[in-house]
Write a protein that binds this ligand. Structure first.
Ligand code: HEC
Length: 153
């Protein structure tokens, strides 16, 4: 059952690779391809991730028409430049990561989700973190499914 899910995510990401690479300056097509492999390796289940995303909904929107709330909207965030949501007032710690041209790779997203405060100095994201590795993998697989949604700008 899970294998089907990975295959579906992989196919979805593969189909959107070109559009994905086009919509983010820093993410080349090769980067996007690599992330598809990483997402599959991480063993995430997007359907399970949707349930975990409830913990994020207090502050984040995702999907069609998503806008910034307490936190930025999370469409296309997998593979995007860190701190790149236009008009959002990020913390100094996020701005520093953005200036260092850091990317939301699977690895960086995982690190953020373990404990936001450890990944971003004095972050404005007041969220304790997700201790469970499978929860993080599922959530990242869910986020990766939103690489095809048109940006609002
Ligand atoms: C209490 C509000 C809150 C909750 C809950 C929360 N976040 Fe955040 N998130 C924020 C804020 C605020 C920022 C901007 C952080 C900064 O500037 O330091 C952010 C930033 C992010 C970013 C970086 C986005 C970018 O534009 O670079 C990601 C990815 C993210 N959050 C994912 C999540 C996920 C996934 C969850 C659920 C597990 C979650 N957040 C829960 C408030 C929240």
């Amino acid at each position: 059952m899970k294998l089907t899910t990975y295959a579906q995510i992989g196919a979805l990401l593969l189909a959107s690779t070109t559009a994905f690479a086009d919509s983010h300056e820093a993410a080349s097509e090769e980067d996007a391809q690599l992330m598809i492999v990483e997402a599959a390796l991480a063993g995430g289940d997007a359907a399970a991730g949707e349930k975990i995303f409830k913990k994020c909904k207090a502050c984040h929107m995702i999907g069609e028409g998503a806008k910034a709330r307490t936190g930025p909207a999370l469409n296309n965030v997998v593979g995007a430049e860190i701190g790149d949501f236009e008009g959002f007032k990020y913390s100094a710690g996020m701005v520093a990561l953005a200036e260092a041209d850091e990317i939301w790779t699977i690895e960086n997203l995982n690190a953020l989700l373990i404990k936001p405060r450890d990944f971003v100095a004095k972050t404005k994201m007041s969220f304790a973190g997700l201790k469970d590795e499978q929860d993080r993998a599922d959530l990242i697989a869910y986020l990766a499914g939103f690489t095809t949604v048109e940006a609002d700008d």
